[in-house]
Design a protein around this ligand. Sequence first.
Ligand code: SAH
Ligand code: SF4
Length: 364
Amino acid sequence: MTLDKIFTEIDARSELNLEQIEFLLSLQKPEEIEALYKKAYQIKTSVLGKKVYFRGLIEFSNICEKDCLYCGIRKSNKNLERFMMTKEEMLSEARFALENNYGSVVLQSGERTDKYFVDFVENIVREIKNISDGKLGITLCLGEQSEHTYKKWFSAGAHRYLLRIETSNPELYKKIHPPDSSFENRKKCLQILKNCGYQVGTGVMIGIPGQTIHDLASDILFFKDMDVDMIGMGPFIPHKDTPLGKETKIKPEEQLELGLKMIAVTRIYLKDVNIASTTALQALSPTGRELGILAGANIIMPNLTETKYRASYKLYDGKPCLDENSAMCKSCLQKRIEAIGETIAFGEWGDSLHFAKRKECACN
Ligand code: SAH
Ligand code: SF4
C-alpha cells in the first residue's frame, strides 16, 4: 500500500476500506501528512466551496447529572462553581449572534433530564426563534434525552443535534464512563434524533488513553454506518480534576496531529458532511482551528458565552479564550479565517449538504 495508490483510488471515487483508512491515519512522514491534508482540503473546497460557517456557541450551564471520567464539569468535580445562565443572558447572546450575522447558535450544557431543564430549553429555543424571526438556526448539544424531550425541542424550533459517541469501541466506551452509562443507549439516541427529523452530528475524542489507530479508523466507518450529517470531534485533553485526566499526560503536538489527520480522513471518506474545527484543537496550538479548516473542516464555533462564566465551563485544561468576550472572539476568528483565503458565510445556516441529499433520497 502506498499513499499515491490510495490517492489514485480516491480520485477514482473508490470507497476506502478499513486498512486504507488505518494506513492514512498512521502516516508519519511530514510531507505525506501534508499531502493528506491537502487532498482533504481539495475535496472540501470542491464539494463545499471556500466557505466556513459560524455557529455561535452558548455554553449556558455546567450543571451535569453525569460523571464521565474525562470531563471537567462531571458531577463529582467539586472544584468549580456551578452556574446556569438566565433566559435574559442567553437571549442577549443570541442577539449578538443575530446582529453579527452568524447563521446559527449552538446551545450546549451539562446533561440534565429534569422537567425544569427540559421546559427551560424548550422555552429558550422558542424565544430565540421569535427574536430572530426564525432567522437563527439552532443546534442543541445537551446529551442523552428521551424521545419525548427530543421531539419537544424539535417542535420548538431546534433543527440540529450534536451527540458524540466519544468512541465507537464499546469496551473503551465502558472504560471512560461510569457503570450506569450505556453505549447502546447513546447509539439509540442518535437513531431517535434522526427519526425526529434533526440533522444529526456525532463525533469522538481523539487520543483517549488506550485508543488505537484501528479504533479511530473504525470511528470513521461508524460515522458512515450511522449516516450522520455532521461531525464534531477533537483531541482528548486531560483535566486535572478528573479520574482520566489525573493519570494521563499527552504530547500536544502529537495529539494535534492525530486530530487533524482524523478530520482529513473523515473529509476524504465522507465528503459532504459538515465537520467542525473544534476549540480543543486551538487549546493545543494557537492556530489549531485554522489548521482544522485546512485539513478539511468547514464549521467554526466562536464562543458567545459571557466571559464571567467561561472559566467555570472548563471541560479540559488549557481551554483558550477564557478572558475574551464575544466581540473579541469574532474579530479574532474572522481575521484568522480570512487570512487562509476562506470566506465566512455570514447570515447563512450552512446546513449539511449530506442532510439535503439524505432527505432527497427518502422522498424519492
Ligand atoms: N453534556 C453534553 C454536552 C457537553 S460535553 C454531552 O456530553 O454531550 C461536550 C463534549 O465535550 C463531549 O461530547 C466530549 O466529547 C467533550 N469533552 C469533554 N471532556 C473533554 C476532554 N477532557 N477533552 C476533550 N473533549 C472533552
Ligand atoms: Fe456531563 Fe457531557 Fe461532561 Fe459527560 S461530557 S460529564 S455528560 S458535560
